[in-house]
Design a binder for this molecule. Structure first.
Ligand SMILES: Cc1cc2nc3c(=O)[nH]c(=O)nc-3n(C[C@H](O)[C@H](O)[C@H](O)COP(=O)(O)OP(=O)(O)OC[C@H]3O[C@@H](n4cnc5c(N)ncnc54)[C@H](O)[C@@H]3O)c2cc1C
Length: 306
């Protein structure tokens, strides 16, 4: 990894020095919760939003671009990503609180937002506590848990486009539904303004502890996964349908349907992205055949096969 304040191969000269870090042939297994996947041709970790803006202006217009948070909802195929990954985890990481409003950078971990809101005596954000992603990822996915969803609380977002132009958009620019966000344009999220409700700090902290305990009791921990693999179909649960097909424990290579929660696929240590994708397809085929339901993946699958 190197500092990008020097010129890097193949691109036109930069108008101003960059201060983020640029990594060539970056292993995306190291950046995703499944711990599988090939390399990105290059990965950039911006120093701040202005640095990101300047970096984007250096990219060719047809450069494939992938936004990456904590990689907790992402399956990168073994052949890797033939383009540029913008990795925001730990970057754009500021939280500012003004009354009931939180301004949160896209690289902030969801758990941190839940804790900050609770400490400030605000209610509404506790559901974010156990979601192991960034706010950027939560905005892209409309992440939710225990009845709460990210976009329920968003007032506005700051986005950046391929040309490096930053703009503020009201939440009403986005069509959102269960784990689904239709943006008005192809842009990355760099910041969000949330408005929560006045509450009690001690109660919120206790609610967070309860929600984390419920999660620990129902979800497998200790083995790499991508969380819920499939969206729940209307009126049903993906986990119930998979379990009804007796697929708990079913394995392809190093990928296995978790015994504790059938909608989780675990990397038992030796899985490839191909093992996981084949298991996803096998589950879809069996649930369609035995239950007559076509499951839709919640996880995003990107990149090229090996
Ligand atoms: C153990 C476990 C438990 C989980 N529990 C839950 C849960 O309870 N509820 C839930 O909803 N999800 C859950 N997830 C899934 C995941 O944590 C969420 O979808 C989360 O919002 C993803 O955030 P991320 O930063 O990891 O995004 P990534 O996985 O890095 O990216 C996900 C998608 O968002 C896009 N993206 C990321 N950042 C940006 C950005 N700044 N701008 C534009 N697009 C962006 C990516 O390109 C990709 O398409 C769980 C996952 C795991 C592993």
């Amino acid at each position: 990894m190197r500092n990008a304040s020097c010129r890097f191969g193949g691109y036109s000269p930069m108008s101003a020095a960059l201060s983020g870090t640029l990594q060539s042939q970056a292993s995306l297994a190291a950046y995703t919760s499944w711990r599988v996947g090939g390399t990105a041709r290059q990965l950039y970790r911006p120093a701040d939003a202005d640095d990101l803006r300047r970096f984007l202006t250096t990219l060719p217009v047809d450069e494939p671009l992938l936004w990456l948070g904590l990689g907790s909802n992402l399956l990168v195929r073994d052949g890797g990503f033939p383009g540029t990954v913008i990795a925001l985890q730990g970057r754009l990481a500021a939280i500012q609180i003004h009354g009931t409003e939180l301004q949160v950078g896209a690289g902030v971990a969801c758990a941190k937002v839940a804790r900050a809101a609770a400490r400030a005596g605000l209610t509404g954000a506790a559901f974010l506590a156990g979601i192991p992603g960034t706010i950027g990822g939560a905005l892209a996915m409309n992440a939710g848990a225990f009845g709460g969803e990210t976009w329920d609380w968003v007032q506005s977002v700051h986005t950046i486009n391929r040309e490096g132009q930053i703009q503020q958009r009201p939440a009403t620019d986005y069509h959102t539904a269960y784990r689904n966000v239709q943006p008005p344009a192809a842009e990355g999220f760099i910041r969000a303004a949330f408005r929560f409700q006045p509450g009690d700090a001690a109660q919120e902290q206790s609610k967070i502890r309860d929600l984390l305990a419920q999660r620990a009791a129902s979800q497998p921990t200790g083995k790499p996964s991508g969380g819920s693999t499939f969206r729940n179909p209307p009126g049903d649960f993906a986990a119930r349908l998979i379990e009804a097909c007796h697929l708990k424990g079913y394995r392809i290579g190093g990928a296995q349907v978790a015994a504790k929660h059938a909608n989780f696929i675990l990397n038992t240590g030796t899985a490839t992205a191909q093992d996981i994708e084949q298991l996803i397809q096998h589950i879809q085929a069996e649930v369609a055949r035995q239950q007559g339901v076509q499951l839709q993946p919640e996880v995003h699958i990107v990149g090229q096969p090996a």
